[in-house]
Design a protein around this ligand. Structure first.
Ligand SMILES: NC(=O)c1ccc[n+]([C@@H]2O[C@H](COP(=O)([O-])OP(=O)(O)OC[C@H]3O[C@@H](n4cnc5c(N)ncnc54)[C@H](O)[C@@H]3O)[C@@H](O)[C@H]2O)c1
Length: 256
């Protein structure tokens, strides 16, 4: 029997207390990885870790604010001390609140978006990459969004940060490819996660119409597991020749 795709890999997944990160952590563990759930939501993170352990997988929660350099460095160091290496980084956490057009975006709100969504990915990569190089390589995946390449109404800071995330992955692919480090981004469309639940509840009719205009499929929303499946491929050795790319998982939204 073939061994699981991520057998014995050590993976850090940020933002894994909820939504796409949680589904991906569960999927990576099911595929054999030992998973570190890094998030600011302790109860959600512990819940993800418990679900994985209950299913027979290996996981642990580490409190990590990705916008805090010292915190990220300490989590990365702890993982290396405990497991000896880091094979996979899925930098998925983002700031998903306070979305405005640029003139309505205060400097504080702008800094929050850039600080978590873009600098947070940079910090994780900055501290993980030297360990990956030392171990002969690794795979980095960051969550972008369709909003990283298509401007959304009233989401100036979010879209700008996501565009930055995509370019950051390309620069990492270029700078560290020959050291065995691959770096890619995944760009979801509309995914039914708790954050979208709130958005939809506030404007149920409006959202359904928007989604009907976007999806080319009968199904309007992606489930977090749809993104997790694509993520598991990208971080696995099956994607060994895939680097510097953005995989869009949007039900065809940006195809038209
Ligand atoms: N849901 C969608 O439709 C959609 C679409 C495109 C892209 N995305 C992207 O997918 C990713 C996950 O979003 P989601 O929909 O699963 O949202 P979610 O709210 O379910 O999960 C986000 C997680 O990030 C964590 N987080 C927030 N700030 C953090 C910080 N400073 N440090 C560490 N963790 C932090 C939260 O606690 C939460 O667990 C994000 O990058 C988001 O931009 C989502």
């Amino acid at each position: 029997m073939a061994s699981p795709r991520l057998a014995d890999k050590v993976a850090i997944v940020t933002g894994a207390a909820s939504g796409i990160g949680r589904a991906s952590a569960i999927r990576f563990a099911r595929e054999g990885a030992r998973v570190v759930i890094a998030d600011i939501n302790t109860s959600g993170g512990e819940h993800t870790a418990a679900s994985i352990k209950q299913a027979g997988g290996e996981a642990r929660f580490s409190y990590c604010d990705v916008s805090d350099s010292e915190n990220v460095q300490q989590v990365v160091d702890d993982v290396v001390t405990s497991f000896g290496r880091i094979d996979i980084l899925f930098a998925n956490a983002a700031y998903l609140d306070e979305l405005f057009a640029v003139a309505e975006t205060s400097e504080v709100v702008w800094e929050r978006h850039i600080g978590v969504t873009l600098t947070g990915v940079y910090l994780c990569c900055k501290y993980v990459i030297p360990h990956m190089i030392q171990a002969g390589g690794g795979s980095i995946l960051a969550t972008s969004s369709v909003g990283g390449s298509v401007a959304f109404d009233g989401q100036a800071a979010y879209c700008t940060a996501k565009a930055g995330v995509e370019m950051l992955m390309k620069t990492i692919a270029r700078d560290y490819g020959r050291s065995g480090v691959r770096a890619n981004a995944i760009a979801p469309g509309a995914v039914y996660t708790p954050v979208m639940d709130d958005v939809k509840r506030r404007n149920p009719d409006g959202w359904d119409q928007v989604l009907r205009d976007m999806s080319l499929l009968e199904r309007l929303w992606a489930e977090p597991e749809d993104i997790a499946a694509a993520a598991a491929y990208l971080v696995s050795d099956e994607a060994a020749f895939v680097t510097g790319t953005v995989l869009t998982v949007d039900g065809g939204w940006t195809a038209h």
